[in-house]
Design a binder for this molecule. Structure first.
Ligand SMILES: Cc1cc2nc3c(=O)[nH]c(=O)nc-3n(C[C@H](O)[C@H](O)[C@H](O)COP(=O)(O)O)c2cc1C
Length: 318
């Protein structure tokens, strides 16, 4: 796949997810075949006003290429200045504009999905960003109930100079309920000529194949289904390449992955930034005895204990 001048193998992207897609998690996803990874969203105000903690979300690991940093805000000037600072500090390959987050914390200030109410402002932001940074600019949107208005926003984003567009087929009002409507990504793909990435409810081999075939999009982006399950990228890329399902031991795989995840978190000095039990819970979703394991994890005192409890419940020790 190619986004502006950035070329990369494959077309399965990891979605930006706040408090999820930290550096170690992205490392694992990439190792299992994610073609492209994004940082958690970063506030443009925080970058400009030197909020070091938030700004550090832009760090990537060596060889994390291509790597995108997602930014949010609503001032073309502030966003562009912040992007320039990010470009100079972290050297990402792509800057992505968040036009999709429905959280009140953002929308009350006119950020994230609230931008969809002001298509001309989105145009100004993307235009100014594209003029300011030397790397490709992309945008990630939710949809509006009105298809024509959504298509108009996609066209404005393309005309403003964006090099790709990701479409999550839910409205801001839906939050995460209902289903993601892939019709929007399909219509947008027909309408604009930059690469379009379809996002929303891609959870396994079949839904990945369907999303690509139905929408004709250039790539797929996976969010929640990858939480605690970075191996999903290997399953899906194996299936898309060979048509066959990967044979593996789900429980054992999760044990391997959580062990590596915690170890990488420690190595990067990030353990204090997460709720370790919450993150551990994600690694037990969808496996045998999952609920029982989650109850056990709730009482664990440290990462070794968490891993031990999962191993015991899975019937493995390694
Ligand atoms: C915990 C969480 C955090 C998220 N944070 C972001 C974010 O920082 N930026 C963004 O554009 N979308 C964010 N999203 C939305 C996802 O990127 C994605 O669009 C959405 O989850 C739909 O895809 P999925 O069905 O594959 O999960 C977040 C979603 C979740 C569940």
């Amino acid at each position: 796949m190619k986004i502006g001048k950035v070329k990369f193998p494959g077309n399965i992207l990891l979605a930006p997810m706040s408090n999820v897609t930290n550096l170690p998690f992205r490392f694992l996803c990439r190792e299992y075949g994610a073609s492209m990874t994004y940082s958690e969203m970063i506030s443009s105000d925080a970058v400009i006003y030197e909020n070091v903690k938030t700004f550090r979300r832009g760090r990537s690991y060596d060889n994390e290429k291509p790597f995108g940093i997602q930014i949010f805000g609503n001032s073309p000037r502030v966003i562009s200045e912040a992007a320039l600072k990010i470009e100079g500090t972290y050297h990402p390959d792509i800057i992505d504009l968040n036009c999709g987050c429905p959280a009140k914390l953002l929308t009350k200030d006119g950020f994230g999905a609230a931008l969809l109410e002001s298509p001309e402002l989105i145009h100004s932001i993307v235009e100014k960003l594209s003029e300011t940074v030397s790397i490709p600019v992309t945008a990630k949107i939710r949809v509006l109930e009105d298809m024509e208005k959504t298509l108009k926003i996609a066209q404005l984003i393309e005309n403003a100079g964006a090099c790709a567009l990701t479409v999550h087929g839910r409205t801001r009002q839906q939050q995460y309920s209902g289903r993601s409507d892939m019709e929007y990504a399909k219509r947008i793909k027909e309408e604009i000529s930059i690469p379009v990435i379809v996002n929303g409810d891609i959870v396994d081999e079949a839904s990945a194949e369907y999303a690509l075939e139905y929408t004709g999009c250039d790539g797929i982006m996976i969010g929640r289904a990858a939480m605690g399950n970075p191996f999903l990228f290997k399953r899906i890329s194996h299936y898309l390449h060979t048509g066959g399902m990967l044979e593996y031991d789900e429980c054992m795989q999760r044990v391997i992955d959580i062990r590596r995840y915690f170890s990488l978190m420690e190595e990067h000095g990030l353990m204090h930034t997460i709720n370790m039990r919450a993150h551990a819970q994600w690694f037990t979703r969808g496996i045998r005895n999952g609920r029982h394991i989650r109850n056990n994890i709730a009482e664990a005192q440290n990462t070794d204990e968490i891993i031990l409890r999962i191993e015991e419940m899975c019937g493995h020790t390694s």
